[in-house]
Write a protein that binds this ligand. Structure first.
Ligand SMILES: Cc1ncc(COP(=O)(O)O)c(C=O)c1O
Length: 385
């Protein structure tokens, strides 16, 4: 008998984040590719982890998450987005946003169901849809001058009675696009006739610039009823390696989410959950400083590139800056990101791997969640182009 394992994900290779980070390490390049900060998490938070590690919080946490942490999140959800959620039945702590996204997709999507994503789309969505037997329909974001937004006509043309789930990600990685209150109303109007759920990936909810406020699907009375809203502490507390996130959804949706969650991961790292609960209780508004912190980084990086050959439109959110290289090269973005990592020693992320159709715009994504010296050195190298 010959034993052969046919891949369930034959088109999935190594993610571009791993590829570019590895290349950066091999070449000794400055790594502005993968989205992780070069700063430490708040000291008071680290101290609370140490405390809980030494004081017995080392066994399984409850399956939905430590109650004190869910209470803090419920309070935040009410304060920020005006949504009062039930601590016991509407919030689940999960293993990073990634698990929240995966468990939602497994809970909702059945074989043959269609799922709409907006390109460029974060790369974990489609494989999870494929594993659930679903079909991913890609709708490209429209580019208006240097901004990206939902192409409502294309979106509405893609919606149909088989659309089981629409995945939205605003603040958007990699373009920094955000939703306005009018966009959210339009989204509600578009999905109203269809039996479709929404999965809102809001991991950059606290990094929005120029005084603009993030509009969460949690704040919309109609959309909330059909939404799973996923976020993560990784981006907010400079702690991407901890992989602690959460999913907020109405009780009936959360019940289905938990059926999957309990067998995907069961529970999430206990001492960190307790520490996050303490920290949020002591500093409930800590996230308010985050936009200002990253706006300074964005402004520094953009200022340093002012006299470069790139065309630069400052990002509206997240810690990623797109640089338009059409004035320098007409090479394809993936080849160019590879070449510049080797030749000038700055690694970035191309956008093509996040799109089903060829991505025409000549743009690369650079992560500016780095110390000023690293950003200055990277910009100096980019200015030589
Ligand atoms: C849009 C988006 N969603 C989800 C994630 C994953 O978050 P986590 O590390 O909490 O799983 C990331 C991480 O980069 C992201 O950029």
């Amino acid at each position: 008998m010959s034993l052969r394992l046919d891949s369930k994900l034959p088109d999935v290779g190594t993610t571009i984040f791993t590829v570019m980070s590895q290349l950066a390490a091999d070449c000794g390049a400055i790594n502005l590719s993968q989205g992780f900060p070069s700063f430490d998490p708040p000291e008071a938070l680290v101290e609370r982890i140490e405390f809980h590690l030494r004081n017995g919080a080392n066994q399984y946490a409850p399956m939905p998450g430590v109650p004190a942490l869910r209470e803090q999140l419920a309070a935040k959800t009410s304060r920020l987005y005006g949504r009062n959620v039930d601590v016991d039945s509407e919030i689940t702590i999960c293993t990073g946003a990634t698990e929240g996204l995966f468990s939602t997709i497994q809970a909702v999507v059945r074989p043959g169901d269609e799922v709409i994503v907006f390109d460029p789309a974060y790369d974990s969505y489609e494989p999870a849809v494929t594993l659930a037997g679903g079909i991913t329909r890609h709708v490209a974001l429209a580019q208006q001058e240097d901004d990206f937004e939902i192409d409502w006509e294309a979106f509405e043309a893609a919606l149909n009675d088989k659309t089981r789930l629409v995945i939205v990600n605003f603040p958007h990685n990699p373009t920094g696009a955000i939703l306005s209150p009018a966009d959210v109303d339009r989204l509600a109007e578009s999905v109203r006739p269809y039996p479709t759920f929404l999965l809102s990936d809001e991991v950059y909810e606290h990094i929005v610039f120029d005084g603009v406020q993030h509009v969460s699907l949690l704040s919309h009375d109609e959309l909330w009823k059909r939404s799973f809203v996923v976020s993560s502490f990784g981006k907010t507390f400079h702690a991407t390696g901890w992989k602690v996130g959460y999913c907020v959804a109405p009780a009936a949706l959360t019940a289905e989410f938990r059926r999957v969650h309990q067998f995907t991961t069961f529970t999430v790292v206990t001492p960190i959950q307790h520490a996050l609960a303490d920290f949020l209780e002591d500093s409930p508004d800590i996230h308010l400083a985050l936009s200002e912190f990253y706006q300074q980084k964005r402004d520094l990086f953009c200022r340093l590139l002012e006299d470069s050959a790139f065309s630069v439109t400052p990002a509206r959110s997240t810690f990623f800056q797109l640089l338009d290289y059409s004035g320098i090269s007409d090479e394809d973005d993936t080849a160019l990101a590879d070449r510049w990592t080797r030749e000038i020693g700055v690694a970035s992320i191309p956008l093509s791997p996040f799109c089903a159709a060829p991505f025409e715009a000549k743009k690369l994504r650079f992560c500016f969640a780095k110390d000023d010296a690293t950003l200055t050195e990277a910009a100096e190298r980019l200015r030589t182009l």
